[in-house]
Design a protein. Structure first.
Length: 128
C-alpha cells in the first residue's frame, strides 16, 4: 500500500504497484504489458502519480522494470507521455526518474536506455 491513496494496477498479465520509499515513490512493474491499447489503463494511473508527486513536492520516482518480461511499443508510448509532462515544468516542480532494468531481459537495456534521451538530466538508468 502507498500513502498517496493510489490503487495498484492489476491486469490479466501484469501488475504495477506503487509504494513509498524514503526519498520518493517507487513504481514496480511485473509480468507482461502486451495490450493493444494500454492507455485507458495506464495513462490515468501515471496521471495520478504525476499529480501526487507535484502536490507533495516529491523529487524522485523510481520505475522498477526488473520483473517486467515484456513491454510493447504502446506501453512505452504511455511512459513517454508521462516523462514528457515533466520536462516543461518549472525547475522547482521537476522531479527525477530512476529506471531500474534487468540485464537478463534483453529488451530492457535497449528500450529503457532510449527513454533517458527524452529528458536528459532527469532520468538515471540502473542495469542490474
Amino acid at each position: 500500500m502507498n500513502s498517496f491513496g493510489i490503487d495498484n494496477v492489476i491486469t490479466e498479465k501484469a501488475t504495477v504497484e506503487l509504494s513509498d520509499i524514503s526519498n520518493g515513490m517507487k513504481v514496480t512493474f511485473s509480468g507482461d504489458i502486451d495490450v493493444q491499447n494500454p492507455e485507458p489503463i495506464f495513462v490515468p494511473f501515471f496521471e495520478q502519480i504525476h499529480n501526487k508527486v507535484l502536490e507533495n513536492n516529491i523529487k524522485y520516482v523510481e520505475l522498477d522494470f526488473s520483473k517486467l518480461t515484456f513491454l510493447n511499443s504502446s506501453g512505452i508510448k504511455t511512459l513517454i507521455k508521462w516523462i514528457t509532462k515533466v520536462t516543461p515544468l518549472p525547475v522547482e516542480k521537476k522531479y527525477r526518474f530512476k529506471i531500474v532494468a534487468n540485464s537478463e531481459i534483453t529488451w530492457q537495456e535497449t528500450s529503457l536506455k532510449m527513454l533517458s534521451m527524452l529528458a536528459p538530466g532527469l532520468i538515471e538508468i540502473q542495469i542490474k
